[in-house]
Design a protein around this ligand. Structure first.
Ligand code: PLP
Length: 394
């Protein structure tokens, strides 16, 4: 059997009529850039996010640096995030001209550890970018408290967690903006690239709207800006898919529960953790081997058996060749949880359109591998999950 990592075509076939109808509507409208379909999607996405505004942009990376720029954050400023995220989180800080300051993640969630943030704050610190990694929210209540105490802005990088919820908070509620990516592989993805930010701040909405469109909000009137628009064809795809996102996330959660139940007796790796009161939407289902040297062996076993498992992200940003490429960067203390996550992570196939047979086949192949190494498995949690628990993890 072959089990793919993504199910883009299956998803398209399941709702083809709805997507095709929106694409036809755009094609026949003659409006392809900043037209009615974009407006419609922005309204729908703001309603879904329960925020006052949603602004479509060209991709999730632009959404982050446009938000930073709208807040006036750039050269000479520092922005705190964590190094075990997709590269674009830090890249956006550098594009804005600021210094990226990395602190460790929590051992359970892999999101930024709130207890590591205050030691990283200097007079130059202007913002924190928590990433809702793998589909689970960072502890926004704790992060917001720190931000308010020190007068910092917060931008949530929500590329991976549309539809997730935290304990007593919603994404977009406790920040200046929450950015997202709609690249095809995301929980809500179009056939190509695009992104958006949601915000309750009217100034953020107006400024990013201008910045994305050559600094213009009226014909022939410009100030400094860029071209970072979300095309109407993509908006049409996203509008059709948005109606299904909650049901798709529920299905991801069902597959995650099936993986966790099927693998609960394995001893050679740790399973992903959903914190009580949180809604994890499993953009990725990531297990962590108890020995770093086992990771590639497990990956090869799965790949050799037709299971397209991957790693997210096996080289943390501060370990990339050439880091930091002449850009401003600083690591505060050590980042053992982030380093161990990079060394031990394996992402199993996860998309709503998986079948039960496919999920069970993946479970069987992982268990087959586990049985070979079980006698050498150390007791307790492995290096990626054995770190001291902070308040949000306890
Ligand atoms: C956490 C995170 N941030 C930012 C991005 C950047 O989004 P994009 O690829 O749309 O620029 C991505 C995904 O690609 C991501 O996973």
């Amino acid at each position: 059997m072959k089990v793919e990592f993504y199910g883009h075509v299956r998803q398209y076939k399941n709702i083809q009529a709805e997507i095709d109808q929106n694409l036809h509507e755009v094609l026949l409208s003659g409006n392809y850039v900043q037209g009615p379909m974009l407006k419609r999607f922005e309204t729908e996405f703001a309603e879904y996010s329960k925020t006052r505004y949603a602004v479509g942009v060209a991709n999730g990376t632009d959404a982050i640096w446009l938000a930073l720029m709208a807040l006036g954050i750039g050269h000479g400023d520092e922005v705190i995030t964590h190094p075990n995220t997709f590269f674009a989180t830090a890249e956006a800080i550098w594009i804005a001209g600021a210094t990226a300051v990395f602190v460790d993640c929590c051992p359970k969630t892999k999101c930024i550890c709130p207890e590591k943030i205050e030691a990283a704050i200097t007079p130059k610190t202007k913002a924190i970018i928590p990433v809702h990694l793998y589909g689970q929210c960072a502890d926004m209540v704790a992060i917001k408290q720190i931000a308010d105490k020190h007068g910092l802005k917060v931008i949530e990088d929500n590329a991976q967690a549309i539809g997730a919820k935290g304990r007593k908070f919603k994404i977009g509620q406790l920040s200046d903006a929450a950015t997202t990516s709609f690249i095809i592989q995301k929980n809500l993805g179009t056939f190509g690239d695009s992104g958006a930010l949601v915000t309750n701040d009217p100034a953020m909405d107006v400024t990013v709207r201008k910045l994305r469109n050559h600094g213009s909000n009226a014909r022939n009137v410009h100030s400094f800006g860029f071209n970072s628009r979300l095309d109407d064809l993509h908006a049409g795809v996203l509008s059709a898919k948005l109606k299904h996102i909650d049901e798709w996330n529920d299905q991801r959660r069902k597959w995650a529960a099936r993986y966790s139940k099927g693998l609960q007796d394995c001893t050679t790796f740790d399973l992903p953790v959903e914190l009580p009161g949180y809604r994890h939407v499993y953009h990725l289902y990531v297990i962590e081997t108890k020995k770093p040297e086992w990771r590639d062996v497990l990956l090869k076993h799965l790949n050799d058996n037709g299971v397209d498992a991957k790693t997210h992200y096996s080289i943390a940003i501060h370990r990339q060749a050439g880091y930091p490429w002449g850009k401003g960067a600083r690591i505060v203390g050590t980042v053992p949880n982030a380093d161990a996550n990079a060394a031990c992570c394996v992402s199993l196939p996860m998309f709503p359109e998986l079948t039960r047979e496919e999920v069970d086949y993946v479970i069987a192949k992982v268990k087959e591998w586990d049985a070979q190494f079980a006698s050498q498995a150390p007791a307790g949690k492995g290096p990626a999950q054995c770190g001291a628990l902070c308040a949000c993890c306890r």
